[in-house]
Write a protein that binds this ligand. Sequence first.
Ligand SMILES: [Zn+2]
Length: 80
Amino acid sequence: MKNEENIPRSCLKVGHYIDKNQYNETSFWERLRIQLHIINCQRCKQYNKINEKLTNLLKKPKLSALEKDEKEELKNRLKF
Ligand SMILES: [Zn+2]
């Protein structure tokens, strides 16, 4: 999610959960929070949609070999 200044804190938080969700790293409560938030928030709903598409794309068998390395790389980057 872009770091625009007019994004509410709650959206930034949910955006972070959505990012995590892409790698199945969210807990039940975090996923619930996403679902509850996107009922009322078009921006995050859209963001979640895009992320779901990306996730499905990565799940395709053809890409799975690449996917693993890329996922690891992304994970490592996110730790900083
Ligand atoms: Zn939002």
